[in-house]
Design a protein. Structure first.
Length: 487
């Protein structure tokens, strides 16, 4: 099978042969020996909102025990606050919430949008969002600026309209999107769109560019946001001596020069053993607690007390009620209440992260070994361009294959996030054909983590199941590359 002259021809060929790729994937599942009884019941990550991992035994027991007791919710919230302060210090506070997306909404609305009360016309505000992965999360809460990004989310999700991504835009708020220096935004995919390729990001040059942008928008600037991840595929491979991503530290410095908050979206991240706000200078961090942390579906906001007071007020948590220091009353965002059971699981998960982090880190160490061993089976031409990185922040192993596209040669096909939503991401849809629940696998970046039928009730890795899942991914990549004419 000959190589294609242009990459769009390669993706067109892959689309035309999707049925054949799926057929080979199903056959490969038999050859690999994936047992029929576990197909569709295990996968490459337990950190996807649509299919979260089963709760660990200790977390389930905490929920069951507390669920049978009479406990004021304010007391549970205060316990979460105490655990956060135990680790980060008294100047930090916390607010549990029902999802990470809700955490972004209330944080941005509280800290970034202009006031609506009082006479006269409202003014507009702007926040800066680097052009990075998952931009539809942290970068979609304002009208995109400059205008060339006006339709950047048009094909994401079921609809981009008023009830879709465009409906997330907040009151009189703009999002200034800034491409990063050293990044590439090449066009790829069956759903052919630009993809952020970030392993080459230069943090110093990118920060200088963002600083210049901030100066241009200084009269309207209300905040800076970014992801909180720590791997090369997300643009945070350059770190200081303590292992802190340099770009995140520089973004915090710029924000503080303009006296605005730096808000970090660390959805797929772990409190305490991951992104450290004391080192990066982040003012607020938001988490999806059912992803890497392993609590029930819920989110958590952690930040400096100055910024957490208005956030907690917006959630109805900050004030006197029944003689306590915290209330559970009505406020603008009580719709984001996480509920008693979620609070109980958050408390247990946070205690383990504080007191016994090895429960979470040990499976990641074992997973890294499996990923390295299984990806060694790929042809040498492909292996040379793959970067495998372990992340305790995300409780995951990143496989980035941007480097397979080099010297003018086509590499492992790159699928876009639009492919994911359109059902044309052949890695994700192909894994499903094999009976493996997929993980995110777009923008030449694959995040793999334990938990989805690959850990026992204590959270320890089940090597056979995890190895089968990774082996299936490797075999599928080979099949796709064969049809792409790469191998």
């Amino acid at each position: 099978m000959s190589e294609h002259k242009y990459k769009f021809q390669m993706y067109k060929h892959l689309q035309a042969n999707a049925a054949s790729i799926y057929a080979e994937a199903r056959k490969a599942a038999d050859e690999i020996g994936i047992p029929r009884e576990i197909r569709g019941k295990f996968g490459l990550t337990g950190a996807i909102s649509g299919c979260p991992s089963p709760l660990r035994k200790d977390i389930m027991e905490a929920a069951e025990k507390g669920g049978r007791e009479v406990i004021p919710l304010a007391r549970l919230v205060d316990e979460i606050r105490e655990i956060v302060k135990d680790v980060y210090g008294d100047e930090y506070d916390a607010a549990p919430i029902n999802t990470c997306e809700a955490a972004l909404w209330v944080t941005f609305d509280t800290l970034f949008t202009p006031p609506m009360l009082g006479r006269g016309d409202n003014y507009r505000t702007r926040y800066i969002a680097p052009y990075e992965k998952h931009l539809h999360h942290q970068g979609s809460y304002g009208r995109p600026y400059p205008a060339r990004f006006k339709d950047i989310f048009a094909d994401r999700g079921c609809t981009a309209g008023e009830l879709g991504f465009y409906g997330k835009r907040q009151h009189n708020l703009d999002a200034v999107i800034v491409p990063l220096v050293g990044a590439r935004y090449d066009v790829h995919g069956i759903k052919y769109h630009p993809v952020p390729l970030l392993t080459g990001v230069d943090p110093q040059a990118s920060a200088e560019k963002i600083k210049n942008v901030a100066a241009v928008h200084a009269t309207m600037l209300s905040g800076i946001t970014s992801l909180g991840y720590d791997t090369p595929g997300y643009g945070y491979g350059v770190k200081d001596a303590e292992g802190t991503p340099v770009l995140q530290k520089l973004l915090a410095e710029i924000a503080h020069q303009y006296d605005v908050p730096y808000v970090v979206d660390n959805a797929w991240g772990l409190p305490f053993i991951g992104h450290d706000p004391r080192k990066t200078g982040a003012d607020v961090i938001v988490y999806s607690m059912d992803k890497a942390t392993g609590a029930a579906t819920s989110g958590l906001i952690i930040g400096r007390e100055e910024y957490m007071v208005p956030i907690r007020r917006a959630l109805g948590m900050h004030g006197d009620r029944y003689g306590t220091t915290a209330s559970y009353g009505k406020a603008a965002y009580v719709t984001f209440d996480p509920g008693k059971e979620a609070l109980l699981t958050q408390i247990q998960a946070l205690k383990v992260l504080r007191d016994s982090p090895e429960v979470v880190t040990r499976p990641v160490d074992e997973l890294e070994r499996i990923v390295v061993e299984e990806f060694a089976a790929l042809p040498a031409r492909l292996r040379e361009g793959i970067i495998i990185t372990k992340s305790y922040n995300s409780g995951a192993v990143e496989v980035n294959y941007e480097g397979t596209w080099k010297d003018g040669k086509m590499g492992i096909p790159i699928f876009t996030i639009e492919d994911m939503y359109a059902g044309s991401n052949l890695i994700q849809s192909g894994l499903a054909q094999m009976g493996i629940i997929p993980t995110i696998a777009y923008d030449a970046n694959i995040f793999i983590s334990p938990g989805l039928g690959t850990t026992d009730e204590e959270g320890m890795l089940k090597e056979q199941e995890m190895r089968l899942a990774v082996r299936g991914l490797v075999r599928l990549i080979e099949i796709i590359c064969k049809y792409a004419g790469i191998i």
